[in-house]
Design a protein around this ligand. Sequence first.
Ligand code: ACO
Length: 427
Amino acid sequence: MDEAVLKIGDREISLPVIVGTEGEVAIDTNKLRGQTGIVTHDKGFANTAEALSSVTFLDGEKGILRYRGYPIEQIADSASFLEVSYLCLYGELPTSAQYEEFVDDINHHTLVREDMKHLYEAFPTDAHPMQMLASAVSALATFYPDALDPTDEKAIDISAKRLIAKMITLVAWGYKYGLSQPFQYPRNDLDYTSNFLHMMFSYPTEGYQVDPVISKALDVLLNLHADHEQNCSTSTVRMVGSSQANLFSSVASGIHALSGPLHGGANQQVVVMLDEIIKGGGDVEQFIAKAKDKDDPFRLMGFGHRVYKNFDPRARIIKSYAGDVLDKLGKDDPMLDVAKQLEEVALSDEYFAERKLYPNVDFYSGIIYKAMGFPVDLFTVLFAIGRLPGWIAQWKEMRFDPTTRIGRPRQIYVGEAERKFISMDQR
Ligand code: ACO
């Protein structure tokens, strides 16, 4: 199978066929418009493979997710988040020497310029953490004009490390600002995730011991979010970068895309929904009925996925962790019980079965974040920390692909045909 034939009226056009490593087949329409003047129409790009990518493979039907060939089940728990970040960025697992150097590099970039504090001070204290984070990441570009050239490999590498390193400091500072508490500085003796927990939850006045159970669980959660091929935020990062915008600006755009309730914002919405169910007396059936009602815009948050149509492998790993973490923290959260009930009822309901709607990664992550002490509006920000290596890896891949063109989709105009201007006094 190396070509497809498209018949339009009495014309036949042959189009090349591309086959990926795992047998995925795509019809290459790159020359279609040039040869015929015809374009393809594909809402939400659901059938369009814009990228030839070697970062992540996922098979939504079989519930497979692999980073650079490694199954998520094998690395989520066994590799640290910085190890997974290295894998995403450079394509291979690091040797111990490479890992040590990478960790050292990241550690030495976690400090943020003091002037950045003024940026936070300009926000209202109740600003959403995602808006603050996107602004802060965007602002980082103004501090590093020497490393913005999107064609310079060395500059990109240093920007990538700065981003990963400073991300946790920026998030923690945004959180502290919202509480009117002093900003905490990073500690280079701690691992990445523990350092983040320290900046979030410690005070200058007291000693703080990072709980290794929480740190490990958070590390796993970050790993589960590290990349997910061409989702909304990643496609945004690639699209913005295709204009040769710098890495910081591209990632800031990805953060904005992730903030939407249908994407990264869903983990926050899940907890809000579970809370509503508990406050309303725990009537799970009522919410299921609302979700099924075509006249009600309500959707069961944490259910359904554009790609996973049988199960989300990340949700399975998280589900097993949710119980463990809550047990270890000695917390008995009614939310977990309601979540389990909701899952059970939904999975046995015809509406959800027919539409292949299963719990996604967000369904359980919020419950764990809550148990760890993170406020609800910080959940999406945690997703952003996790997704950062994926965004950068995908951006680099796009940047160094010699066939990359500026992202510029076409449209089919369906508005008014040409008409004559009428001056205001005649309308
Ligand atoms: N609750 C109730 N019905 C749903 C849900 C849901 N959560 N999700 C989809 N449906 C229904 C739709 O109403 C539609 O029904 P219809 O065929 O009768 O019209 C059908 O299932 C297909 O839904 P689409 O919106 O076409 O599916 P799409 O692939 O475009 O959307 C999405 C996927 C956005 C994730 C959707 O399932 C959703 O809104 N889920 C809730 C939000 C959520 O959990 N988002 C997190 C996604 S994962 C992530 O970003 C990490």
